[in-house]
Design a protein around this ligand. Sequence first.
Ligand SMILES: Nc1ncnc2c1ncn2[C@@H]1O[C@H](COP(=O)(O)OP(=O)(O)OP(=O)(O)O)[C@@H](O)[C@H]1O
Ligand SMILES: [Mg+2]
Length: 215
Amino acid sequence: MRREASRTALDTKFAKTVNSRFAILRTQILREMRKHGWRRLAITPLTAGAGGTSVAVQLALALSRQKLTEVILVDLDLAQPSIATTLGIPGCDPVSEVLNLNRPMADITAIVEEVPNLWVVAPGSAEDDAAELLQDDALATALHVWRGIRPNAIEIFDTAALLDGDAALATLPLVDAILLVADGRRSTNSDMTKAERLLKDLPPIMGVILNKSED
Ligand SMILES: Nc1ncnc2c1ncn2[C@@H]1O[C@H](COP(=O)(O)OP(=O)(O)OP(=O)(O)O)[C@@H](O)[C@H]1O
Ligand SMILES: [Mg+2]
């Protein structure tokens, strides 16, 4: 019983620390995005499992705690979507089906209870041809139409890992800027050098978060 109580106190303290870190990140990101007129930010893990999805979800929640900020969170890690599970919401229909049937993205967009200014596109199953789908003009058009409906929204795109196949590279031309997430315990200088090379002709890197390095 006592152990349970102390665990809850620790969890609450941890949640507060996370919230305050993401509130700072939110403020820095909003300032930078407004300065440049950017609307769409990719959250891209350097290597698989570095924490991209966790950062994308926490950042989207932190942004939407500001009631006047509209936020769209899109899971574009189409080969391994995990936002629905992370947020604990039912996964939506596959993006490929929406494009094939010419349905609007708004059709598969969920609203999270108690967060009315956050819209989420979180597929429930993996796509077979994620990289091809991400390069399909139909996807760019569908996202563009979605943006027209919510022109003031900040869009957060969760992507596959940069150094793990070509899916992230296929996604990044869709965004205005990139926030990289590195595993603070495992990422190496060589990973960063490879990343810089790959990102040469792609949108600018807004920053690098060293995740999992906090103690
Ligand atoms: N700061 C952190 N401290 C401890 N564990 C973390 C932290 N950030 C993420 N994790 C854990 O690491 C695992 C991978 O996190 P996450 O899914 O966010 O990474 P990812 O980069 O999106 O991975 P993938 O490449 O599979 O998409 C999860 O179990 C998550 O709970
Ligand atoms: Mg992920």
